[in-house]
Design a protein around this ligand. Structure first.
Ligand code: UD1
Length: 361
């Protein structure tokens, strides 16, 4: 039986590993060694996901914690190499585009261990975002590249990557379908004190939105303005970095009309998506999950890797400008036809396991 090491570290990876790991265990497909880098470490950024998504506990914890992007990447690289030398796996599975992902792929490739990348081929026009740098590098290091959509496969072909590329679909859609019966929209929104259809869920965590005082201020002002113009409550679960920056930049006064809460778990976030009027976010995952929940998202980015949703007219890109934020939220409240089946049929995890063990699907 093959031995495969899966590497995770951040919230956006736990949700993907939850699907693939469950499928591996259900089929006893290979010896599944789960490694947590420690990039996210607060209970509500990490442990909570393992519990509510019923994930296997990590076999190894690298404990890297926070630091500059370079430091974080270097730390995973060194610690993960030592672990691979000890575990000697047949392959390494990495997810998404975080610093953990790129370090894991590079360590494995240097040791000539084949890398399999879940969520390959995501590209955007802006090339200097840390996640975009990570995506390009990981894809060029990978032997198996699992894409969420045909667009992602075309992006890879444009860079000359065609070997090992398949389109099993989005594992986050699998998770959405699997967890749907556990969503509790009414109970959750009542607990958060908001009414059906009259609130927006907002999430902000990207460094380019949080780390510059004037940008963060403009975003908070835009949310405030949207609240005053539409009458909708703005529920803002705050990533620890955003909370720190708001305090550091003295912006607490700008959040008076917003409902700030601590980071929330998968089930709460997805339950809130069911009854909200719209979403405003800079999260890659949540802009897609809003679509799965039938809600439009205002994407607080100049460009996104999830272009399908923007080109279909469903999600709306928005620059950090208070007036534009308020206006774009108003547009997102309008009805528009929902594009169908953009990211597979909810069986991506099954296909990925088939492909890794060599069953062509
Ligand atoms: C990372 C990923 C991003 C992904 C997100 C998922 C990179 C470059 N970015 O962004 O692609 O969308 O995870 O959520 O890898 N912090 C805490 N406690 C924690 C974790 C973080 O306080 O448990 C604070 C620290 O101050 C840290 C900051 O948040 O420096 C940023 O965390 P980091 O993991 O570097 O990046 P994310 O913004 O979470």
């Amino acid at each position: 039986m093959k031995k495969i090491v899966s590497l995770v570290g951040a919230r956006s990876q736990f949700v993907k590993e939850a699907v693939v790991g469950a499928e591996v265990r259900r089929r006893n497909a290979w010896r599944h060694v789960l490694v947590h880098s420690g990039q996210h470490y607060d209970a509500n950024m990490s442990d909570l996901f393992f519990t509510e998504l019923e994930m296997k506990q990590p076999d190894h914890f690298l404990g890297i914690g926070s630091g500059s992007y370079v430091h974080q990447t270097a730390d995973v690289l060194v610690k993960f190499e030592a672990l691979l030398l000890q575990e000697k796996p047949d392959a390494v599975l990495v997810y998404g585009d975080t610093n953990t992902t790129v370090a894991g792929a590079l360590a494995a490739a240097k040791l000539k261990i084949p890398v399999a990348h879940v969520e390959a081929g995501i590209r955007q026009q802006l090339k200097d975002m840390p996640e975009e740098i990570n995506r390009v590098l990981v894809d060029h290091l990978s032997a198996q590249l699992f894409c969420c959509s045909d667009l992602a496969a075309r992006n890879l072909a444009n860079e000359g990557i065609t070997n090992g590329v398949t389109v099993p679909g989005d594992v986050m859609y699998d998770l959405y379908i699997k967890m749907h019966r556990r969503f509790t929209p009414e109970e959750t929104r009542t607990r958060f004190g908001v009414e059906k259809d009259v609130y927006i869920v907002a999430t902000i965590h990207r460094d380019f939105n949080t780390d510059d005082p004037s940008t963060l201020q403009v975003i908070l002002d835009g949310l405030d303005r949207a609240h005053r113009e539409t009458g909708l409550d703005i529920l803002l679960p705050l990533h620890p970095r955003s909370r720190k920056r708001i305090a550091e930049f003295g912006l607490d006064g700008r959040t008076r009309n917003l409902r700030l809460v601590d980071p929330i778990c998968y089930l709460d976030l997805l339950s809130l998506a069911q009854h909200c009027a719209a979403v405003i976010t800079d999260s890659g995952g949540y802009q897609k999950e809003a679509y799965y929940a039938g809600k439009r998202a205002v994407v607080l980015m100049l460009d996104t890797g999830w272009r399908e949703l923007v080109e279909a007219g469903w999600n709306l890109l928005c620059t950090p400008d208070a007036e534009q934020i308020a206006q774009t939220i108003t547009t997102a409240l309008e009805d528009t036809p929902r594009p169908e089946n953009l990211f597979g049929d909810g069986s991506a995890g099954n296909h990925i396991v088939d492909l890794i063990i060599g069953i062509s699907s």
